[in-house]
Design a protein around this ligand. Sequence first.
Ligand code: ZN
Length: 298
Amino acid sequence: MVAGRVTPDGMISDLIIQPRPTTAAAMLVDPFEIIDSLITPSTIAIGLGVAGLVDNRTGRLAWGPNVPGENLAFGDFAADRFGLPVAVDNDANCWALAEVTVGVAAGFEHAVVLTLGTGIGGGIITNGEVYRGSAFAGEFGHMAVDPGGLVCTCGNRGCWETLVSGRRLDELARLIVEEEPEGAVARSAGSDRAAGRHLLAPALSGDRAAVEAYRQVGDWLGRGLASLAAVLDPQLFVIGGAVAEADELVLGPARIAFLAALEGAGHRPTPTIVKRHLGAAGGAVGAGLAGHRLVSNR
Ligand SMILES: [Zn+2]
């Protein structure tokens, strides 16, 4: 969890970073204790970004494959406790709002923001606003791209995020260490269980296996982005989350695969694929901006 005080122009301060709650009960305790510690007499609203299927009209988390609990009434809970206006939204939608308001997508009418972390979070910007469909649009991570593929946390097989996520890089790092127990990735992990974070230094030093792991993830990223371009035709793709920290190791192969798979490439404007502007606090900035919007729209 990332929290802070956010100004109307998207500046964040007093940053607090804590592990995400692991039980449903803690989901309605831990975040609110952090908020309690941040509220001052000048606080005008609260914004909450939550991973999973969030209905921003009711302020409820319906369900999420990577979070505990379901049908959690974050909005009502926070309003009762703090007596302030509360905006609740999907965390990737918050990030998208931040990127289009004060980030790399500012000035773009049509953009898709993807956070590649534990899974894939997605936000669609159309006509400068977050597009929601009936409520839950943007769950790109659970598009089936390989129906016979790996089992996803959502229960289906072959979802995009089984191939493009921090979790996938963790798996690839472990496979590399099994195959090359004396290799650079194994040395990078040392006595720790191998994880995606152990790939970066070896890859930057040119280790073949580590570079190939990022290439595979980038390749699947690019193919998926081409499908999204076919449906949504954005001007810009913004890529964030831990996987994006590998920069061109992932984004380079993604651009190649994207152009190879893009329908009518050369006969249409090519969407640009860029790294996020806002760092780990991007979701918190967007949640804060959503809170400000709630008040300014009244
Ligand atoms: Zn899934």
